[in-house]
Design a protein around this ligand. Sequence first.
Ligand code: NDP
Length: 330
Amino acid sequence: MTRAILIDKTDDGQSASLTDVTLPALEDGQVAVEVAYSTLNYKDALALTGAAPVVRSFPMVPGIDLSGIVRESRAPSLQPGDRVVLNGWGVGEKHWGGLGERAHLNADWLVKLPDGISLKQAMAIGTAGYTAMLCVMALEAHGLTPASGEVVVTGASGGVGSVAVALLAARGYRVAAVTGRLAEAGYLTGLGATSVLDRAELTGTPRALGKERWAGAVDVAGGVVLANVLSMMAYRGVVAACGLAGGRDLPTTVTPFILRGVTLAGVDSVMCPRPDRLTAWQRLANELDMSKLEAMVTEVPLAKVPAVAPRFLDGQVRGRIVVPVNPALG
Ligand code: NDP
């Protein structure tokens, strides 16, 4: 038995609470991980609230992320005592996830934590931060450098946005942070943003082409915000699109692509191949200013997770939420 958040669904609706659960038996190729920290991402909020059909089977232990220590291994690649991080692979959606004291997971899904990242920092980064790094990698794979020009980050006060701002600033990019919460301007400049824009500037009806403003973009919003960003990209600009916080539609035209050579690069963290994950985590260890994480983090105890989740859907969460499950593990 282990303590975990459990989402269940009955005829009366969906519920989520902290309870005792029996984990499925450990199989060949799997490891048992004692969870030190988990976290809450936008997707966890969708799962916990039932606002979108993220959970594929019930009952489900949610949590698309965890960091912890391997306690038992039935896979040659990992040994008891290894410090590991997990992001995605359908964990917390199809497979029981990280919002509990222990998890049984396929060893192939786990990344050994690079030196220089603590178990807590790994979850301050979490899927949001690892996705931010995948976005930076996508921009740079398309030739973006700090000399190319300014990079815009939408949803900048959220999890992906906050880490993207910090990462890009640390690499020497000028970063325009777009937010619906101008009260967070000081927070965003503290992370390294060189300018802060009101989201309202990007929510009007998109034109086919606007003024050329940005060489690169990290977009978590989708919808009309992404359409406006596309119309304002500089010639041969590149946009890494990873989110739908503002909507899953995309009311754009082909004009930015065929007249300005703009690239729209999709970013997915869940099924991202292992080599890219290893690169992303090593680059996070090398490049992210870990002192910036402190300003981003709010801690929420495991028992409070179901109550806090709805705040994501109202766009109320700043930065990253970390769930200390067993912080004594380090
Ligand atoms: P957060 O809730 O932490 O951040 C989202 C931010 O988007 C908010 O903080 C807010 O920032 C902004 N926002 C909220 N509502 C709107 C709106 N209507 N229009 C435009 N912007 C809005 O979520 P995460 O950072 O964890 O995730 C962001 C998005 O990225 C989500 O859609 C998530 O599903 C997606 N995602 C995708 C991944 C992938 O693999 N492709 C992986 C991780 C996340 P502000 O107030 O500053 O404007």
